[in-house]
Design a protein around this ligand. Structure first.
Ligand SMILES: Nc1ncnc2c1ncn2[C@@H]1O[C@H](COP(=O)(O)OP(=O)(O)OP(=O)(O)O)[C@@H](O)[C@H]1O
Ligand SMILES: [Mg+2]
Length: 474
């Protein structure tokens, strides 16, 4: 059933890399607000200095500027194979900084976040998890000129015929697709596979699409939704849709297509090949049914093919970022492997984060190292320390979160929360407003007052008070 000509372009259906979903709450619907949704970037000016209060980042000037330098290095592709280590007390914004870096890099640069403990799987070797993550962080931008049919859909008519096998029911024999461009219109008679893809992509009349025509074959291949045509912009009230002008030129033309894939995608696709010779058909099998191991041999093969494409100028390598949070959870075997990965010719930039001071390196019984990271790896890292927050900074972050979460704070509440934050942690202060708003609404208010916070403190403990109670009762 599957052949090379029926694959849907990967770039439309899957954002091949960048595991972080873009933080865009659907319009008009209140959606859950993630802890870091207020972070929009690092908030640096063009000289690389931290500008206060922009992009949701408060204070932490040094660390932000340091991360800005790293962003520049990554963009100029001079930081591959190197590592940045973020260290600092809990809730000082290490994870937020890493996310800020990813925002600054944009969606075109692969960013693969994992947490140290993710490497422990009962099915896959831990080094394999690391290797795969590293491969997913190397992007490839492929430019291909392909023969396509591009235009606004003017007609979509499936033609049914009697099912020749059963006698009951009908099957789609072919589908008539009408396409319109500035220069003309074209009616394509295509086979049922295309109709399936059209249904899957929810293409309707008025969409601008292109259908890739496979060389040689009369069939039509991958298609992509470019957006909704201008002509419909006024008649439909769909804010979320994007509108594009009617495509220029003929319906049938040659078009340069740019796609972003990662080495990890290519490995995975090749581990279960489904036919097809060109690099894009390899992309068709992105959906993996289970985690199977990709062998080193296969990776070398993929590298060879990729190198060929790079040499021909068809593809361009875009080194991305691997972010390993809570890196102290890795064990000595992983650390050793990490050293080797960093030195491989196709290595992404690595960002590590941890809140540990001196601690035992996991997997050993006697090696105590700073941050729980062996010294030989530390030696390969640039280290950035995050500072603790002042009361004013805590107040600003709390205010920011309250705005994002749509909570109103009464007089004195912010000061009170900042105080709590200073005594407990920033995270504790950030946690209080939402439940306090429930107390406020029970009392028939829309605004959180100081007494709600007081009541919260009676109901809930922060980490330190809880620990104190344990020690005093022991
Ligand atoms: N400078 C800042 N500006 C705005 N928000 C911040 C800032 N620092 C931290 N936050 C917010 O505070 C919360 C805690 O920060 P984060 O999770 O980054 O801490 P962390 O250093 O990673 O802590 P841990 O070591 O426990 O993982 C998050 O919601 C984060 O978005
Ligand atoms: Mg963190």
């Amino acid at each position: 059933m599957h052949n090379a000509s029926t694959y849907v372009m990967a770039s439309t259906s899957t954002p091949a890399h960048n595991a972080l979903p873009p933080a865009q709450p659907a319009a008009g619907r209140s959606s859950r607000i993630a802890p870091h949704s207020h972070i929009k970037g690092l908030g640096l000016n063009s000289e690389g200095y931290a500008v206060s209060d922009t992009s949701g980042f408060i204070g932490q000037t040094n660390a932000r500027e340091a991360c800005g330098v790293i962003v520049d290095l990554i963009k100029s592709r001079k930081f591959s194979g190197r590592a940045l280590l973020l260290v600092g007390a809990p809730a000082t914004g290490k994870t937020a900084l890493a996310l800020g870096i990813s925002h600054e890099l944009g969606t075109k640069v692969p960013f693969c976040p994992i947490v140290g403990s993710e490497v422990y799987s009962s099915e896959v070797k831990k080094t394999e998890v690391l290797a795969e993550t590293f491969r997913r962080a190397i992007g490839l931008r492929i430019k291909e000129t392909k023969e396509v049919f591009e235009g606004e859909v003017t007609e979509l008519t499936p033609t049914e015929s009697e099912n020749p096998l059963s006698g009951y029911g009908k099957t789609i024999a072919h589908v008539i697709v009408g396409l319109k461009s500035v220069k003309g219109t074209k009616q394509l008679r295509s086979d049922p596979n295309i109709y399936e893809s059209i249904l899957k992509e929810k293409i309707v009349v008025g969409d601008v699409i292109y259908i890739e025509r496979n060389t040689g074959a009369v069939k039509l291949a991958a298609r992509q939704r470019v957006g909704r045509s201008d002509a419909y912009a006024s008649s439909y009230d769909l804010e979320s849709e994007t509108y594009v002008p009617l495509p220029k030129g003929d319906v049938h033309k040659r078009k340069e297509l740019v796609q972003d894939v990662t080495l990890g995608d290519l490995d995975a696709a090749n581990a279960r090949p489904q036919g097809g010779q060109d690099i894009m058909s390899v992309m068709g099998s992105l959906v993996k049914s289970g985690r199977t191991e990709v062998t080193e041999k296969l990776r070398r093969e993929v590298n060879k093919v990729v190198k060929g494409y790079v040499d021909q100028g068809v593809a361009e390598v875009v080194p991305g970022v691997v972010f390993i949070d809570e890196v102290h959870m890795l064990d000595i075997e992983c650390f050793t492997y990490l050293n080797a990965l960093l030195e491989s010719p196709m290595a992404p930039t690595v960002i590590l984060a941890t809140n540990r001071g001196n601690s035992l390196v996991r997997g050993t019984t006697d090696i105590v190292a700073p941050h729980g990271v062996p010294v030989d790896l530390l030696d390969r890292c640039l280290i950035v320390k995050t500072a603790s927050y002042t009361r004013e900074e805590i107040a600003k972050v709390v205010q920011l979160r309250a705005t994002v979460e749509g909570l109103k704070l009464g007089a004195g509440v912010l000061e009170r929360l900042a105080e709590e934050g200073e005594r407990g942690s920033l995270r504790y202060a950030l946690q209080l407003p939402t439940p306090a708003s429930i107390l406020a609404s029970l009392a028939g208010r829309t605004q959180i007052e100081v007494e709600d916070i007081g009541e919260m403190n009676e109901l809930f403990l922060d980490a330190r008070r809880s620990a104190d109670i344990i020690t005093s009762s022991a």
